[in-house]
Design a protein around this ligand. Sequence first.
Ligand code: GSH
Length: 373
Amino acid sequence: MVERVICNHDVGGSIPSTGTILISRRAVPPMGRAIRPAHGRALECVRLGFWLGSVSPRGAAFNVFLDIDAALWIGLPARWALSPNEVTQIMTDEYIPPKVWKWESQSGGAFSNINRPIAGATHDKALPKGAHPLQLHSLATPNGVKVTVMLEELLAAGHNAEYDAFLIDIGKGDQFGSGFVELNPNSKIPTMLDAETGERLFESGSILLYLAEKFGAFLPENRTQCMNWLFWQMGSAPYLGGGFGHFYKYAPEKFEYAIDRFTMEAKRQLDVLDRHLAENRYMCGDEYSIADMAIWPWYGAVVLDLVYDAAEFLDGAAYTHLMRWAKEIEARPAVQRGVMVNRSWGPEAGQLHERHDSSDFELRTQDKIGGES
Ligand SMILES: N[C@@H](CCC(=O)N[C@@H](CS)C(=O)NCC(=O)O)C(=O)O
């Protein structure tokens, strides 16, 4: 917890007269109360706070002031301390929830501009239509890649699963267009229309299952076990992505509590997979299935360091069975094609913004068409 104390009084000595303190709130006890040794962590924070006083984090002047009891307790001269009336304003980031939450400001961090507390369309925008029965509107995030890998696997296996894939730029809010919301009231990619049946599809797990049933493929005989792992992925990945990935990579600050909490869970999940893959070639036994396609873009990608830049932090290499499986799947040609579809970042040769034909992988990647799309 961080507290900012702004003071306006000259305390003399070598400490400037005005400054800001950013140290653990526990380091500064309520004015007039001493830090008790029982607060082992508090002492640590005071020392850290004082040490930080000599550097300039965030490029700003950074002066450390302590209240008098805290100063005396750690043996600093009294003139280096502030008395209560010298502290004019205390701003704390300790969050005290209001009675009723209101949407007043962005929370900061990546994606804060698209987060909103209400559902529904924000603007009128029809979705484009392609020539094939399967119309995908998506982006090559892990949830999007599940479906494009499945479609490429189906095609590679000889099924007539030709599809049109259109790019949804979630950073720009395309998912809140009226046409998109008609397909998916939840405004998240991936979403798909099967123009042959008129079926509207959303939720990546549901789309995988729909395609597996439609084409009679990638659903092993032991369907129940396979569903266990498919649903495991759908329930678990939000902890990895929305929890760990968000706080490790995208949050506006590194919050130790949140990173610890979700790292613990992410590593537990990696261990669940590692133990299972020690005994099984694929998630559902000997057969490659939609469960592998659902799990690989998240957990395979984490240990292969394709998302969140966290493979080292999570010690991904230690999960040797998971790594073996992740590499085996990564090497599949259909997977290599699937990860390119609706991808709008990374090397241009790996970005196929829209996919309408198998020749697009050769002819229409960004390095080939440049500013055309
Ligand atoms: N449970 C959904 C999650 C989909 C999801 O979270 N999609 C993200 C990208 S990975 C998205 O569209 N975010 C846009 C937004 O939140 O506005 C699924 O598996 O399809």
